[in-house]
Design a protein around this ligand. Structure first.
Ligand SMILES: Cc1cc2nc3c(=O)[nH]c(=O)nc-3n(C[C@H](O)[C@H](O)[C@H](O)COP(=O)(O)O)c2cc1C
Length: 192
């Protein structure tokens, strides 16, 4: 027999991200964040490879990263408005967690499955933060997609990459609901 958890299901039915630009302090204290990260790491992981890790980015680190964007943006020929937007994203944040995808060599587990697990960690962290009453948003952005930027500024190894930069903070305004998929358009019931 099913053993329902109506509160958990209701949370999942109504959960939604809070745009990073609408988040402010306070942010989770270290012990509170450790709990959220523990939940995030409780994620399906074929082969128990732990192909991911966390970088907790505190305010000074976020400001340092913002300071790297003008030079890197020019080098990558990023449009000036996008550079300004990214700077505002980093400068405006108080706390973010970079979920680093760190694929492990394996003969059994394809890298794509390790990638999926890293994405699931991001989702689990967003949901843990929301369930704890924080606002949270899963971002990436052009800088995080640049291997040189990641290596120089976050110390990532060449085979590592950023699955998400999860902003966590206090919601200042409730976002409107956004359109959700038409279930019938994306679902096929295969009976035989
Ligand atoms: C891998 C990934 C990367 C994303 N990167 C960005 C980003 O850089 N900037 C942005 O505005 N939204 C980005 N988004 C979308 C936001 O997370 C958005 O808030 C989310 O899709 C809202 O979904 P929800 O309402 O179901 O929580 C990204 C989403 C994913 C899955």
């Amino acid at each position: 027999m099913p053993d329902p958890n109506p509160a958990a299901l209701a949370f999942l039915e109504t959960r939604r991200s809070r745009p990073a630009k609408t988040l402010s302090g306070p942010v989770p204290k270290p012990d509170e964040l450790r709990r959220l990260l523990t939940v995030a790491a409780r994620t399906p992981d074929h082969g128990k490879l732990e192909p991911w890790r966390f970088l907790v980015l505190e305010k000074p680190a976020l400001e340092r990263l913002a300071g790297t964007l003008e030079t890197k943006g020019a080098e990558l020929c990023i449009e000036p408005e996008k550079i300004v937007k990214a700077q505002a994203e980093y400068n405006g944040a108080t706390l973010a967690v970079a979920v680093v995808a760190s694929p492990k060599p394996s003969e059994k587990i394809p890298e794509i499955e390790q990638t999926l697990s890293a994405g699931a960690v991001c989702m689990q962290l967003v949901n843990a933060a929301l369930a704890a009453g924080w606002g949270a948003n899963w971002l990436t952005g052009w800088a995080s997609q640049d291997a040189d930027w990641r290596e120089r500024n976050l110390g990532l190894m060449p085979h590592e990459w950023i699955a998400g930069i999860i902003h966590i903070g206090t919601e200042t305004s409730a976002p409107p609901e956004r359109p959700r998929p038409d279930l019938d358009a994306i679902t096929e019931w295969i009976e035989t």
